[in-house]
Design a protein around this ligand. Structure first.
Ligand SMILES: Cc1cc2nc3c(=O)[nH]c(=O)nc-3n(C[C@H](O)[C@H](O)[C@H](O)COP(=O)(O)OP(=O)(O)OC[C@H]3O[C@@H](n4cnc5c(N)ncnc54)[C@H](O)[C@@H]3O)c2cc1C
Length: 364
């Protein structure tokens, strides 16, 4: 297939690109002709509200951003497609539909996928938390079935905790278990962990810690040689793994396959490529929506400067970030540094922040 040339490809409608595009609209900046936003779907799901959607607190319309009006407002063409292969030396990418695109400049904001158990005989239905469109399909099937089932959430971070609570609320017939390879919420303060465990226990969600599930066979979740639990379905919320095509792209990546970038979000090997959000490895920035949003704000200035061969702005990640974990009942747990708290007011504050993000990026 003949390649289509573009001056700038914004690959992925992640948090960072949404924020950058919104800033461009506010500042009256129009990227050059031949700029596209490449997205597998015409909508971008907002992960911060996904657990609330499952818990029945939001509708799907409230949690997804329509990309066409946003693109129109900043004069960027929306192209629906998904990268299957990237060749950074040739500045060329192949999409899953075989289309070939070439670029002068590329900004990657393609997120991550949760790592899965190494061996799987297919006897348990797997539902990775990302991409959310796929997860949503599994959840709809479970809801319709409305039957007793063993549902296991794999993961020990905030997303696993929130999803377990939300699924327990949405599927009252299901027996929920949460399995993590280390301690639950290990990066958080002791106070927050204590509160989180209390909530899980009160809601009857079984916990297994220090249990790494490495294989699935005959309907069992297996750790080493130990059969841990039988399950009908497994939600994978195990954190962030890089998109597999990044490691073979020729871009300098870390050992986990994330694109290594400078504080200007510029690839360490290919200066015409930027990367932000979960797909990037910037020293000091965690893989979370909070850092992706901050990077997006910097990106709104970095991209125009890069195109004009100007000095690039630097973004230095903040040492701490506020974390708010939804508890599926309108409340939230809060963590900042060593400080933690919980309750309805924090839930209202989280809703205010999340709805604010959606409001800012929804263009009529
Ligand atoms: C259930 C859940 C709840 C979470 N809640 C929070 C929270 O409250 N706060 C927080 O800070 N973090 C939260 N996170 C983590 C957060 O989702 C990620 O860190 C954040 O989404 C990263 O944003 P991003 O900008 O990297 O891209 P994302 O927002 O992940 O978006 C990536 C985009 O790239 C697109 N894409 C993917 N593959 C391709 C491809 N091959 N080609 C083209 N496009 C592609 C996707 O369709 C998507 O639009 C949560 C995660 C989950 C799973």
């Amino acid at each position: 297939m003949k390649p289509t040339p573009y001056s700038l490809i914004l690959a992925g409608a992640g948090h960072a690109h949404l924020v950058a595009m919104r800033r461009w609209i506010e500042n009256g900046y129009n990227p050059p002709q031949g700029t596209i936003l490449l997205s597998p779907s015409p909508k971008a799901w907002y992960s911060g509200m996904m657990p609330g959607l499952i818990a029945g607190r939001f509708t799907s319309d409230e949690c997804a951003i329509d990309l066409a009006p946003l693109c129109k407002a900043c004069e960027v063409e929306l192209v629906i497609g998904e990268i299957a292969d990237l060749n950074a030396a040739k500045r060329r990418m192949k999409l899953t539909n075989e289309q070939v695109l070439e670029y002068e400049y590329l900004s990657l904001n393609v997120g991550s996928v949760p790592p899965q158990p190494l061996h799987n005989d297919g006897s348990i239905s797997l539902a990775p938390a990302k991409p959310f469109a796929g997860f949503n399909e599994h959840w709809q099937v479970w809801r319709k079935r409305n039957e007793s089932m063993q549902l296991v959430v794999l993961g020990g971070g905030a997303a696993a905790f929130e999803l377990a609570l939300a699924l327990q609320k949405s599927l009252p017939q299901a027996q929920l278990s949460l399995i993590c390879s280390g301690d639950l919420l290990s990066g958080y303060s002791r106070g927050l962990r204590h509160k989180a465990i209390k909530i899980l226990d009160e809601r009857g969600i079984k916990r297994h810690k220090n249990t790494r599930i490495d294989s699935i066979a005959n309907g069992w979740l297996i750790s080493g040689t130990r059969q841990i639990l039988q399950a009908e379905a497994l939600v994978i919320a195990t954190g962030a793994a890089a998109q597999p095509w990044l490691a073979s792209s020729g871009l300098k990546c870390d050992n986990s396959g994330f694109v290594e970038v400078s504080n200007s979000l510029q690839s360490l090997s290919h200066p015409e490529v930027l990367a932000s959000g979960d797909c990037a490895n910037q020293t000091g920035a965690a893989h979370s929506g909070v850092y992706a949003v901050r990077q997006g704000s910097a990106l709104s200035q970095i991209i125009p400067a890069l195109l004009d061969s100007d000095t690039l702005r630097e973004y230095k990640p903040q040492a701490r970030a506020l974390a708010l974990l939804a508890t599926a009942d309108g409340g939230a747990l809060m963590h900042y540094g060593r400080f933690s708290a919980g309750g309805r007011l924090l839930g209202m504050y989280k809703d205010y922040l999340d709805k604010g993000f959606m409001g800012r990026h929804t263009i009529d």
